[in-house]
Design a protein around this ligand. Sequence first.
Ligand SMILES: NC(=O)c1ccc[n+]([C@@H]2O[C@H](COP(=O)([O-])OP(=O)(O)OC[C@H]3O[C@@H](n4cnc5c(N)ncnc54)[C@H](O)[C@@H]3O)[C@@H](O)[C@H]2O)c1
Length: 306
Amino acid sequence: MKISIIGAGNVGSLTAMRLAQERIGDILLVDIVKGLARGKCLDLEDASPVLKYVYKIEGTDDIQAIKDSDIIVITAGLARKPGMTREELCCKNAAILKEICLNIKNLASQSIVVMVTNPLDLMTRFALATTGFKPTKVLGLGITLDAARFANVISRELNIPHTDIVTTVIGSHGEGMLPLPRLTNIKGISLEEFVSEAKVQELVKKTVARGAEIVSLLGSGSAYFAPSAAAAEIVRAIAKDEKRILGVSAYLNGEYGLKDVCIGVPCRLGKSGIEQIIELDLNSKEKEALKKSSASLQEQYKSIKL
Ligand SMILES: NC(=O)c1ccc[n+]([C@@H]2O[C@H](COP(=O)([O-])OP(=O)(O)OC[C@H]3O[C@@H](n4cnc5c(N)ncnc54)[C@H](O)[C@@H]3O)[C@@H](O)[C@H]2O)c1
């Protein structure tokens, strides 16, 4: 199994480390900056004798090396800088991704693409359009991370082990994120029954603000430990044909009453990529919120001008 990771920055190199050290496949790390991916891979390889097991990881600045990859994770791109609008970031990252996606189309037409670059749902939709791949083969990491954050916030605030918590988050990865307390449970008890309405709202608010909280504490850049763990979880589910149900940004064609949008919903993941889109039984308020999140994404997608 050949797994290529494009972008050897914080998220890309940590994802490479996790996948290599779990021996999920042969890992290739690619970055446009000369020497960066190779340097990081030599460093990662040097850990092998200390860890006392062997794994294969290679770094390059030559995108041609992704040829015949089975899975490609895209983490290449910019993070939003002060003063940069979301639309500007969107256009800049789309310009970076265009070339990458055309290379994927030509060099690895059988691969499954896992998008990480932000704005996540828009870049997933853009990669789908640019590669021309089947919608089952292009998916984005967003709400798996948000669901982990929701579980961690609940665990810390209520002093419950996260192993007893199952969270559900849908919608876009960003302001349109929808943590669903009704479909989040602690050993089968809905979060809505477990704590007061005010506490539920506080937990949801903390979860939605988590990414921005980390950005402001770091001073520069954004989160990468949890994002890389979530990216590795998605790749593992595909590589090992686990059939796990994880939240990913998926192309909807009528599911949830939505069309022509990539947005976060629970999906069954296996060796073919998205093997099933799970349609949750949403109430009218939840449906309305998802519709709003989707409409906003569709509007923003129109702003991509290359
Ligand atoms: N979806 C999520 O949940 C999630 C979470 C965290 C970060 N992100 C996003 O992931 C992206 C990467 O984040 P990061 O913290 O690793 O950033 P980073 O700046 O550390 O790394 C980005 C890397 O991409 C490389 N790059 C740029 N253009 C390239 C190209 N054409 N080919 C190959 N490599 C190229 C850069 O040289 C850099 O090394 C950002 O867009 C960030 O917003 C998404």
